[in-house]
Design a protein around this ligand. Sequence first.
Ligand code: FES
Length: 230
Amino acid sequence: MQQYVTLKIDNARVKAVKGASVLDAAMASGLCIPHLCYVPVLKASGACRLCIVEVVDNGRTKITASCTLNAEDGMVIYSNTERIRKLRKNIAELLVAQAPNSRAVQDIAVRCGVKEVRYPFRNDNCIQCGRCVSYCTEYSKANSLGFVGRGKNRHVEYPLGFRRDLCKKCGFCTEYCPMSVTPCGGPMKAGEGRLCGNCDSQIAAMEHFSGICVRCELGKGFKCVRQTYV
Ligand code: FES
């Protein structure tokens, strides 16, 4: 028999299946916690950090990613405090600087309140969310893609050279890559820090439903957890 836990997220009582993550619990209840790297059918890696929340434990607060945090009975979670919004905005800004020409990254950055990016662009063409590696390993079981290198040299590749031959040509790595759709305003040029803002109307509509998932257009761009439930 399925067991359930009850927790509080942003003052709302939420019931979740035991073993579900806090992000799953929130989204299944119609609450919106911005997220990017998480895909329900895959193991959460906690790579993008956009889904951070505050967890209150014995009067103390810690900040952690909600996609890797198991929902537990009596938990108290805040996903939309001023501190979280500030941190999340900065994370989103860094992601845009890392990969300025991803529509999914730009959209979620706008959603997090980013209008302008203060960091120099790196044009890495990858935010190292690991979706491609996870699909290749866990879902397609090809084990063709992997992370190579450390620190700023870390990148996705066919490790050990021979792994390219293991590719099953399933295409999930590109389909679920946040880099696969170019921003609607076209590629950003060097020195441009402003996001196109074409999604402003969408954002304005969502502001009336702060913290509530409205199955927005933005979510479709990166196959948001909630969109995949529909
Ligand atoms: S760290 Fe949770 S969605 Fe990326």
